[in-house]
Design a protein around this ligand. Structure first.
Ligand SMILES: C[S@@+](CC[C@H](N)C(=O)[O-])C[C@H]1O[C@@H](n2cnc3c(N)ncnc32)[C@H](O)[C@@H]1O
Length: 252
């Protein structure tokens, strides 16, 4: 899945949820001062920022296949090692990092097992490979309301619930298939306040990710119907949206 969108559009669409997730995910992975970490599929830098805060800019590297996201991270941290690359072909030697982390990325990898194997290759023996993916199959992702509304209107719609890692136990299975050891799984939650329905809805029209592409592909009538159905499913006043991600950590 290509994320050929501006960093600001991503941040308003998904960064509003991935930002609050980042610190808990770094805790889950066990990232501590003095270590070296790689942020795989860094996007515009939600997790990168947390890693830089904890480890210092010289101890963090980041990769992403989206040129606009790599440029955004470079602008945030001009001296950071950030490269245009995919998880499946990481531009690093073996055993370089204490941690390789992929926040909300495994489900977009062309070859998730190959990507996790590459993350293990660049992590030192005994180091940690960690990943998380929203619980789309359990309808607990931050954009699950959109997919529920889309299914209500078109039961055949292809949502994100069958993507790799988006179902309970899936990330564990992928880690085992990648040959990782001591695989542990858990879940993390975030709660994000929304001032209004409009504030929640507008970023879906920015064309970001599968949900944004879906909305962009609808004609005005169907987009209007989808928006109305979402509005029926969400509270009429301001609201807190709670979302959950499956998470896994394992040894390289
Ligand atoms: C949902 S975003 C997550 C971004 C960031 N980690 C965050 O938490 O906000 C998914 C990211 O995965 C990247 N991506 C897609 N395919 C990838 C691949 N094969 N390897 C690494 N990153 C990939 C996209 O460009 C995008 O930045």
């Amino acid at each position: 899945m290509s994320f050929d969108v501006a960093a600001d559009a991503y941040n308003r669409f998904m960064g509003r949820y991935s930002g609050p997730l980042s610190s808990d995910f770094a805790d889950w992975a066990g990232v501590r001062a003095g270590e070296r970490a790689l942020d795989v599929g860094c996007g515009p830098g939600a997790l990168t920022r947390v890693l830089v805060d904890r480890l210092g800019v010289d101890e963090v590297s980041a990769v992403d296949p989206s040129p606009s996201f790599v440029a955004a991270v470079r602008q945030l941290f001009p001296t950071l090692d950030v490269q245009l690359a995919v998880a499946e072909r990481l531009p690093y030697p073996d055993d370089l990092f204490d941690h390789a982390l992929a926040q909300l990325v495994v489900h977009f990898m062309t070859d998730p097992v190959g990507g996790l194997q590459e993350m293990a290759r660049v992590t030192r023996p005994g180091g940690t490979v960690s990943a998380c993916v929203w619980d789309f199959a359990g309808e607990r992702g931050p954009i699950s309301v959109l997919w529920r509304a889309a299914r209500d209107l078109d039961p055949g719609v292809l949502d994100e619930s069958d993507l790799p890692g988006a179902r309970e136990g899936d990330l564990e299975r992928l880690c085992h298939a990648a040959g990782l050891a001591r695989v542990e799984s858990g879940e993390l939650g975030v709660s994000v306040h929304h001032e209004s329905f409009e504030q929640w809805w507008e970023p879906f029209t920015f064309g970001v990710g599968p949900a944004g592409s879906y909305v962009a592909g609808l004609d005005d009538e169907h987009r209007g119907a989808l928006r109305d159905r979402c509005q029926q499913l969400l509270p009429a006043t301001d609201f807190d949206l709670r979302a959950h991600a499956w998470t896994v950590r394992s040894r390289a």
